[in-house]
Design a protein around this ligand. Structure first.
Ligand code: SF4
Length: 444
């Protein structure tokens, strides 16, 4: 049996795309092996959100070629879309194509198998704009417990630092019927949780005149038997639909975790980033979610070292982050992206200052995460267990509704079960707990 490996970088949207590539390869008779093993075909699905994402992709591609000198190397994803030439210049790469052409994956695979390697024509931005890349819809989740479902692709916000609208095209909503077909297929497996994802999830429906909204999508998904939990992946605070929080609160399968990318906690910086919300508006959204969902986990992305970010802007950001009591922070340093306005802004922050700010923000994130987890000790939460055990103590792990990793002493029969766990202590990045028989009313 021919073998293939798929290595994915970046966000859940890219993970979804890789799942569809996985499905195509399996249907074409490939055995999918771990990317560390030799394979006949190696697919690398790249990200380009920062310079370091590009650099990492190039390093990994070179390493795979060294380890697999006879393999066909296929590179796709956002970096392939933004700088195809840089990847084509790596000796040993067989084929490079961007996001739009992912729907043609079967065709490219056939060409490779027939040894007719082809040069894919670079796509124009107009073509990317039309691209939606939904036609592949996965038939089964790659993971037994949780499946990602892409309902939206692309973005029209053009934040001044971001390359994504150039490599994913403008916002495009997936038709509801198409989403539901995929959700029903997933529900017929024993997968328990669906993660609704998109590049700019909050904009779902805007391009179709709000014929269907994100609330409609969630209500429909909620009505499907077999799906026990629904989670939203990252959702932008701008365009956050006004009825969405109330709608989610009425749907008990929807989990109390929201990833709301903040990027900066200084109004001046937000304005220069063209983020179209103020810290006051962001605060109102967080307060609303906290009032509707007890013990809600609110996580965020925060950028440091944006051009022109003064010491005061950074201190404002840090204070605001502290005020928001996030349960987890993803901190990243600004890096200039081609064709974006911020790349030409004056007053670029030096790498030394950016590194020092990043360290301080990461320290704050660790402190907030510990505080949040300490507050959860003694509470009982429902945890969906995955096929995953800690390396050191062999405890089985899974996620609570508010997205805390929880580890317990439990047998393999607990895998893919949602079980009530009383949280006892913090252990590294997880919480340890006990499996208990409790009344439903005691679960938070
Ligand atoms: S909302 Fe802004 S940061 Fe997010 S993908 Fe769109 S342009 Fe990029």
């Amino acid at each position: 049996m021919p073998t293939a490996s798929i290595l994915t970088f970046g966000c859940k949207v890219n993970q979804y795309d890789s799942n569809t590539i996985y499905d195509t390869m399996v249907k074409s008779g490939y055995e999918i092996v771990n990317p560390e093993k030799n394979a006949d075909i190696c697919v690398v699905n790249t990200c380009t959100v920062t310079n370091s994402a590009d650099q990492k992709a190039r390093q990994v591609i070179r390493r795979i070629i060294r380890k697999n000198p006879r393999a066909k190397i296929i590179v796709t994803g956002c970096y392939a879309e933004s700088d195809r030439k840089a990847i084509e210049a790596i000796p040993g790469v067989s084929l490079v194509f961007g996001n739009r052409e992912k729907t043609e994956f079967q065709h490219y695979l056939d060409m490779i198998n027939n040894k007719k390697l082809l040069q894919i024509e670079p796509v124009t931005h107009d073509a990317i704009r039309e691209h939606a890349n939904f036609s592949m819809g996965i038939s089964s989740p790659g993971d037994r417990t949780r499946a990602i479902v892409k309902v939206q692709d692309g973005c029209s916000a053009f934040c001044t630092y971001c390359i994504i609208p150039f490599v994913r095209g403008r916002m495009t909503s997936r038709p509801l019927e198409d989403i539901m077909k995929e959700v029903r297929r997933i529900a017929s497996t024993d997968c328990k949780e669906i993660v609704i994802t998109g590049v700019h999830l909050a904009s779902y429906g805007i391009d179709t005149g709000k014929e269907k909204t994100l609330a409609d999508v969630l209500e429909q998904v909620h009505s499907i038997d077999g799906i026990e939990r629904i989670r939203l992946s990252s959702i932008e605070p701008m365009n956050f639909p006004h009825n969405l929080a109330a709608c989610l609160a009425e749907l008990p399968k929807c989990q109390p975790h929201f990833h709301l990318p903040l990027q900066a906690g200084s109004d001046q910086t937000l304005k220069r980033m063209r983020r179209r919300y103020t810290t006051e508006e962001y605060t109102k959204l967080v307060e609303k979610l906290r009032s509707l969902f007890p013990n809600v986990g609110i996580t965020t992305d925060i950028m440091v070292g944006f051009p022109g970010e003064t010491d005061q802007d950074f201190e404002d950001s840090k204070s605001f982050v502290e005020e928001m009591r996030f349960s987890q922070l993803h901190v990243f340093r600004y890096s200039p992206r081609r064709n974006t306005p911020a790349a030409d802004y004056l007053n670029q922050v030096t790498p030394q200052i950016s590194a020092e700010r990043s360290k301080r923000m990461i320290d704050l994130g660790n402190k907030l995460s510990t505080t949040f987890r300490e507050q959860m000790i003694g509470k009982t939460v429902n945890v969906l267990f995955e096929n995953c055990r800690n390396d050191d103590d062999e405890l089985l792990t899974g996620f609570s509704g508010n997205y805390l990793r929880v580890a317990v002493n439990a047998p393999d029969t607990a895998i893919n079960q949602i079980l009530p766990i009383t949280l006892k202590s913090i252990s590294g990045e997880s919480l340890k707990g006990n499996l208990l028989k409790v009344k439903k009313s005691e679960v938070v």
